[in-house]
Design a protein around this ligand. Structure first.
Ligand code: GLV
Ligand code: MN
Ligand code: MN
Length: 424
């Protein structure tokens, strides 16, 4: 077969946009707060399963050979001309947070499929196979560990650990894989691809601030997630003197304020700290909370500073136990990843592709976690960021990237994949 090798490729932006909008119908809900349509496709729910089936159908229509592994990770493969060559992998995730938009993760997956469609239409063959991956539970909001499918594929976590994780209703990930029919037969550990490239919305304001279309991602900052449970004592709100209380709600509030003071001190580098989940029990107006459950999300581009921030939090929690008689706490590590630098060579291919498409670009570090940081343990990896509107708001129905921005990002992905897939 003769292989046409154009120097760059542009994709069908209208078709890409239609796929994004069609997928956003699956798990769509009316968001009361914003008045907008949002997406709720938590990993391995019925909505996620329906989304997966739709995307598999698109993969098969594009001629990809689909396989599903023991973590429910899905791969669609387009063969190259050299059967012995390692594939170039692209992809992302289609699971979402409960209040999502249409783009987070989906752009990378549907963009990958759009690249395949264009290669097919134009009769372009590549030396290496190209694979499009969909990784399970990237968000980590259902089973508590982010980038889960890719972390197991890359060997950082075991399949047994992942299958045993439970959601808030006690359902295991392994059970939900079986229930939804995504407990695939394929060995989960990935054989090292030649390279991995992921296109994703930026989820922040940097590209817009620089007035550029494309971000070449240099790496991902460290992420530390833990769950803290404060055990106090339930008591009557009107009759219990303050000095006799073990108020778990008060302790939770103190933790939140302390985290902010760590950030504001400037002593922990570029630390970010968030308590995004907090519930008190029994959650009633006139009862001192007996228990508070909360999560702490710390981010830091510097691993040493992250470790210092975690130590400072641990010391504060220790002291907090003594601050009210009868107060105690337990902590559980949910997820922990170090700063991951991306490969210089892949970043150069992305930057050159952006130049060749006449798209201005800047290099930047990712504030959010991504599957690319896990696959980076296996092969040279990097990411392409696409600009978002409204300061890049994400994990929210207001999340929006224009059709042009999405098309530009996937044009850069297409040309990058073409060049990597023809490398020796
Ligand atoms: C993934 O979306 C993250 O929390 O960074
Ligand atoms: Mn994402
Ligand atoms: Mn996300």
């Amino acid at each position: 077969m003769t292989s046409l090798t154009p120097s760059k490729i542009t994709v069908n932006g209208e078709r890409l946009w239609q796929s994004l909008m069609d997928l956003a119908e699956i798990g769509a809900y009316h968001d009361e707060r914003t008045g907008l349509r949002g997406v709720n496709r938590l990993a391995l729910t019925d909505a996620d399963a329906a989304g997966r089936r739709q995307v598999i159908a698109w993969m098969e229509q594009a001629g990809l050979a689909v396989r599903i592994d023991q973590m429910g990770n899905i791969y669609g493969r387009r063969e190259g001309t050299d059967p012995t060559a390692a594939p170039v992998l692209t992809g992302s995730h289609i699971d979402s947070v409960a209040t999502a938009g249409a783009f987070d993760g989906c752009l990378g997956v549907l963009g990958g499929i759009e690249v395949i469609r264009i290669l097919n239409e134009r009769g372009i063959t590549t030396r290496r196979p190209i694979e499009v991956g969909i990784f399970t539970e990237e968000e980590g909001v259902r089973f508590g560990t982010a980038m889960l499918g890719s972390a197991v594929a890359a060997g950082r976590l075991t399949v047994e650990y992942a299958h045993a994780l439970t959601d808030r209703d006690g359902r295991t990930l392994g059970g939900e894989l079986a229930r939804t029919g995504f407990d695939g037969p394929v060995e989960v550990r990935l054989v090292a691809p030649h390279a991995y490239v992921e296109c994703h919305i930026e989820q922040g304001p940097v590209l817009a601030e620089h007035g550029v279309e494309i971000g070449v991602v240099t790496g991902v900052q460290g992420i530390s997630w833990q769950e803290i449970t404060i055990h106090g004592r339930a008591a009557h709100a009107g009759t219990t003197p303050t000095h006799l209380r073990a108020d778990a709600g008060l302790a939770a509030a103190q933790i939140i304020v302390h985290l902010r003071s760590l950030v504001d001190s400037g002593d922990y580098g570029d630390l970010r700290a968030t308590v995004g989940h907090l519930i008190v029990h029994p959650d009633l107006t006139n009862i001192v909370p007996a228990r508070a459950e909360m999560t702490v999300d710390l981010r830091n581009p510097d691993d040493a500073q992250m470790a210092r921030a975690e130590e400072a939090l641990a010391a504060f929690l220790h002291d907090l136990e003594g601050s009210q008689p009868g107060l105690s706490r337990t902590t559980r590590r949910m997820a922990r990843t170090a700063y991951v630098p991306f490969d210089d060579g892949v970043q150069k291919v992305i930057a050159q592709a952006a130049d060749d498409h006449d798209l201005a670009h800047v290099s930047l570090l990712s504030g959010a976690g991504h599957d690319a940081q896990e696959i980076a343990a296996l092969c040279p990896s990097a990411m392409i960021f696409v600009r978002g509107e409204y300061d890049g708001i994400s994990h929210n129905p207001r999340e929006y990237s224009t059709p042009e921005a999405c098309t530009h990002g996937i044009d850069v992905l297409a040309t990058t994949l073409l060049r990597l897939a023809n490398q020796g």
